[in-house]
Design a protein around this ligand. Structure first.
Ligand code: GRE
Ligand code: ZN
Length: 333
């Protein structure tokens, strides 16, 4: 069975370095809390820089060992790069990804890294990546300078994604510092850093980001725009009835109900959370046509991805939809 995974990261060292001051300001212990070098590694949360930077034979050998056919590559933290260097560094990250895709056709595809602090340049770069380099969308790591993607300054980026008919993978990012200080601070520094990030805080952030896009009318302006959410939809499937109940069209003034936006404008992936109860719940609430596969490599290992589907008890048709069919349709890979 062909397996396409959609949240598979690489790092362009210059861009990673340029984002570090913003990440440190948002999360004082964030970089250290996930550092393998400082002994803070856990299975799902630390990846050595070498694994992030390697997008060639070694990565493909690991994919081969674990039955992964195609990784959609994405860089992290484009949103946290300052505007003056963002366009140049995003371009460099995308050229790196494009070279890996060209060197290994069929094994890699790519989501564009965008320096959204410079929105016009980011929209132009998305166009270049899709039209010239064959990229299949973009991956966005949370807020840019405190703002969600529906802020007016990012309208060109949303318009470009809609016009090019490519999805936006809405990946977690750190909450604003005021939120962390109010909600997550005051514990052991490593505990605080993880509480505000991959344990909880950035999933709340990502859910809020998507709900904000809906409520601000993004999908009324761009009815075809598709957003991909990791971590089984960042808790939203579990709250779908509640959101629908509390935010009916009568209150929001939107064209559709919240659940309609979720079922018509969102796809979800596991991000390496290989939990059968969550898969079954999402199948019942969202349906097999809107579930895609993802590992979150190298933060999670490739080893569990294939067996998760083949041991799931799902029909062969549903396994194929989730493993590759839905991604082939959505991304054209
Ligand atoms: C991720 O991309 O999902 C990630 C990080 C850093 C730490 C943990 C994690 O980027 O899951
Ligand atoms: Zn990730």
């Amino acid at each position: 069975m062909r397996i396409i995974t959609l949240e598979e990261h690489f790092s362009e060292p210059a861009l990673t370095a340029a984002s570090a001051p913003v990440l440190r300001e948002l999360g004082p212990g964030f970089v250290r809390a996930y550092s393998a070098a400082e002994g803070n590694a856990t299975s799902a949360t630390a990846a050595p820089a070498e694994q992030l930077e390697e997008i060639g034979e070694a990565r493909i050998a690991d994919m081969d060992r674990h039955g992964i056919t195609t990784q959609v590559l994405s860089g992290l933290w484009g949103q946290q790069v300052p505007a003056d260097v963002a366009p140049e560094l995003a371009r460099r990250a995308n050229d790196t990804a494009a070279a890996a895709v060209a060197a290994h056709p069929g094994r890699f595809a790519a989501f564009a890294t965008l320096g959204t602090a410079a929105p016009e340049a980011a929209a132009t770069e998305l166009d270049r990546c899709v039209s010239e380099l064959g990229f299949v969308g973009t991956l966005i790591t949370g807020r840019t300078e405190g703002e969600f993607l529906d802020a007016p300054r990012f309208a060109p980026v949303l318009a470009a994604a809609a016009r090019l008919r490519v999805p936006i993978y809405l990946h977690p990012g750190l909450p604003p510092r005021a939120v962390t200080d109010a909600s997550y601070a005051g514990l052991d520094p490593v505990v605080t850093a993880r509480f505000q990030a991959a344990a909880w805080g950035w999933h709340v952030e990502t859910a809020t980001h998507f709900v904000h896009l809906v409520l601000s009318g993004v999908f009324d302006r761009h009815p075809e725009l598709q957003v991909i959410l990791g971590h089984w939809g960042e808790m939203i499937p579990f709250y779908l009835d509640r959101l629908d109940d509390q935010l009916p069209a009568r209150i929001t003034g939107l064209d559709r109900s919240f659940a309609e936006y979720f079922r018509e404008n969102a796809y979800i992936t596991p991000s390496g959370m290989f939990s059968l109860p969550q898969l079954r719940f999402c199948l019942e609430t969202i349906g097999a046509d809107r579930i895609l596969h993802s590992v979150d490599y190298p933060f999670v290992g490739n080893d569990g991805a294939a067996a998760f589907l083949t041991d799931s008890g799902l029909s062969t048709e549903d396994q194929h939809r989730i493993a590759h069919g839905n991604a082939e349709k959505l991304l054209g890979v």
